[in-house]
Design a protein around this ligand. Structure first.
Ligand code: 6GU
Length: 246
């Protein structure tokens, strides 16, 4: 069954671009996912269709009111009839990662709520939302671009879209950074492609690539190494890298 992703926002037009190109478009065209951009204002009441209000207790900015968000989510859940995972995109959420993308790709129905302004009424966070997610330690004006990031990470994992072997390889490489890649020409402005890649020796190439991944991860993202599944030989290689540094 196709994955349904509803994105609730006051700026649906911000998300037209990312979903009309490339891999997401392919997934949509092939019926593997269904993306529904929901205008929060459609669920706002009154002449002014107000979605936000001043914070109780005073302070700067405006807060999303609870009623439109509750009613939107209830409506969307009723529409799909499937168990939905409700996610609020907010800089105070849990840091998004590949494991979370994999978990979300298994769902039937995702509802992504884009926060804006100074925040969202806390009753939404505690009673309506299953999980608060942030895409990094910086502040965006709203959750829309974060929702696009999460949606793309999830959609490319939906079964039937990408080459299964490529995904399996990605998963095997685990948390390590990518090894360097080259294509023709073999020498460009005096810069040569590493000899081993032209050797045709697939076992040696695989070994070289794995070591390049380990070296890069050690240098740029040593924090990722704690989650890596390594052979004793690879552990030794890392130990040597650490010793060479001293
Ligand atoms: Cl999900 N929202 C906003 N407003 N800023 C962010 C974010 C989300 N993730 C990182 N920064």
């Amino acid at each position: 069954m196709a994955l349904r992703i509803d994105i609730v926002t006051i700026f649906p037009a911000m998300l037209h671009g990312p979903f009309s190109e490339s891999i997401i478009k392919r997934a949509l065209d092939r019926g593997l996912v269904q993306i529904n951009l929901v205008d929060l204002r459609d669920y706002a009441r009154g002449k002014h269709r107000q979605v936000d209000d001043a914070p109780y207790g005073g302070g700067r900015g405006m807060i999303f009111k609870p009623e439109p968000l509750f009613e939107a989510v209830e409506d969307l859940k009723k529409e799909s009839g499937a168990a939905a995972q409700v996610v609020l995109l907010t800089p105070r959420g849990r840091l998004f990662n590949q494991a979370m993308a994999c978990q979300m790709a298994q769902q039937e129905h995702l509802i992504l709520l884009c926060g804006r302004y100074e925040g969202v009424d806390e009753r939404v966070c505690t009673q309506l939302v299953d999980e608060e997610i942030s895409i990094g330690d910086y502040v965006l004006a709203g959750g829309e671009l974060a929702a696009a990031v999460v949606a793309e990470a999830v959609i490319r994992l939906v079964p039937g879209l990408l080459d299964e072997e490529a995904l399996a390889e990605e998963s095997f490489a685990g948390s390590l950074l990518e090894y360097p890649q080259y294509t023709r020409p073999p020498v460009y402005r005096g810069m040569a492609v590493p000899e081993i890649l032209l050797s045709g020796n697939h076992a040696e190439i695989a070994h070289w690539r794995r070591r390049q991944s380990l070296r890069r991860t050690f240098e740029k993202r040593p924090d990722l190494l704690k989650d890596a599944k390594l052979t004793p030989e690879e552990e030794l290689f890392l130990k040597q890298l650490a010793e060479d540094q001293q």
